[in-house]
Design a protein around this ligand. Structure first.
Ligand SMILES: Cc1ncc(COP(=O)(O)O)c(C=O)c1O
Length: 422
């Protein structure tokens, strides 16, 4: 059994906590999805690339690597961590957006396949490395999928991908620099569940039609991520096998019509680490103001930004260290950041805790730590992995005053009273 209070005492509050077994189980589900497709498309490679942006902890990536999945990186940091986790170059795809020429140089020097997402970026790359092999990201034009407008990445309003109208120009630029477009990528957005899988399938079909119409000799078709998880108790888990079975006839038809294709890639991010991660924190104040109970915690929007940024729902549980009755109330949970939007959850019916009790935010393993910040000068928390023997392993140290002040270097005058950096 995990002792939450002991963990917080040892590693500090708040704290990200991951469950290795659940993480492995989700990797297995993704592998099963791939093998379902493979059994109907035996000639085709099915590659599952974990999208590092969901959680870039090297320990998480090591688990994903050991489970035999591939990986997507979208920044030099993500690439470095993926390589250190053991991914060889041929298992990494660099899916980027609006990068500088120096970043292109770095990726090229590492020999990693790059996926570019505008005609302008393809031209910059072509000037630097004429004759190279690249992938390009298209915008299939269908409405994106996602839990918020902010994560929909297809359709008229998105900054991502090359829309159909600009494909002739893309082909001209590619020809000018003798670039060989070996793969086409699309990503429709983040989080579809069983009820919204049709939107994903519609987008897949639209993308495949565009490939047939405009491109010749494409070898790789990357159909992106977006595989969702239920955050609310009313939602049911995504039936991945059902998604695979729905895709089979569509992909089979495509392969029959378009024989150069050798590989389908998918890029699940959230699906893999989300449910394995929680944030443990501490109740720091209780308020009753204007008819509203506020359960105030040290889990600020710098630790988990999803509720503030997307109005996302996360299940919140309490562990009572305090004794006595806990009167049932409807309360809002909030963090410790000086911002009105710093709210973790609204109108939750709970037993009223006391200061010092423990709060647990569920399903925080994806887009949690990787979107955490130092807003208002607060350090990012530690991350701990609970291994199969139930032993906690520190997988990223907490930041502290020292580590946050260090980047100022010599600019930082020593404090007048004593040297607190020592
Ligand atoms: C290009 C690309 N691929 C894959 C993903 C992973 O998406 P998800 O975490 O919804 O699976 C993202 C995230 O938005 C992305 O931008």
């Amino acid at each position: 059994m995990i002792n939450e209070a002991k963990l917080l005492k040892r590693y500090g509050s708040p704290l990200y906590v991951y469950n290795r077994l659940l993480l492995m189980e989700r990797c297995n589900n993704v592998k099963l999805f791939a093998s379902t497709l493979k059994s109907d498309l035996p000639e085709i490679t099915i590659s599952m690339h974990y999208s590092t942006k969901a959680n870039n902890n090297v320990a998480i990536l090591s688990v994903v690597e050991s489970m035999g999945l591939n990986v997507d990186a979208m920044s030099p940091f993500e690439l470095e961590v993926a390589q250190r986790a053991g991914f060889s170059t041929d298992r990494i795809l660099y899916v980027c957006n609006n990068i500088s020429s120096s970043e292109m140089n770095l990726i090229h020097s590492k020999g990693v396949l790059i996926c570019l997402d505008s005609v302008s970026q393809v031209e910059t790359y072509g000037k630097l490395f004429p004759g190279s092999k690249i992938m390009v990201r298209i915008n299939p034009g269908t409405e994106g999928v996602g839990h918020s407008e902010k994560v929909k990445t297809s359709g008229k309003a998105t900054k991502f991908g090359i829309s159909e109208a600009n494909l002739p120009q893309l082909l001209d630029i590619a020809q000018k620099y003798e670039l060989c477009i070996i793969g086409i990528h699309q990503h429709l957005g983040s989080l579809f569940l069983n009820e919204t899988v049709d939107d994903y399938i519609t987008g897949v079909q639209a993308g495949l039609d565009i490939i047939k119409k405009y491109f010749q000799n494409i070898e790789i078709v990357d159909l992106g991520g977006g595989f969702g998880v239920p955050y609310q108790s009313t939602e049911s888990p995504l039936n991945l096998l059902n998604v695979a079975e729905t895709l089979v006839p569509i992909l089979k038809k495509f392969v029959a019509d378009y024989p150069s294709v050798k590989e389908f890639k998918f890029e699940p991010g959230r699906y893999i680490p989300c449910e394995s991660g929680s944030i443990y924190g501490t109740v720091t104040a209780i308020k009753y103001e204007n008819g509203i109970y506020w359960i105030c915690t040290d889990i600020g929007m710098n630790v988990l930004v999803r509720p503030a940024m997307y109005d996302s729902y996360h299940d919140i549980q309490l562990i009572y260290l305090s004794e006595g009755e806990h009167k049932q109330v409807t309360a809002n949970f909030c963090g410790n950041i000086c911002e009105s939007g710093d709210i973790l959850g609204k109108d939750r019916v709970v037993g009223l805790p006391e200061v010092g009790d423990i709060v647990i935010v569920k399903n925080a393993g994806a887009y949690g730590y990787s979107m955490a910040s130092n807003y208002t000068g607060r350090p990012k928390p530690a991350e701990v992995m609970i291994n199969s023997d139930n032993h906690p392993e520190l997988i990223r140290r907490a930041e502290n005053l020292d580590s946050m002040l260090r980047p100022f270097g010599k600019l930082l005058p020593l404090p007048k009273m004593g040297n607190f950096l020592k």
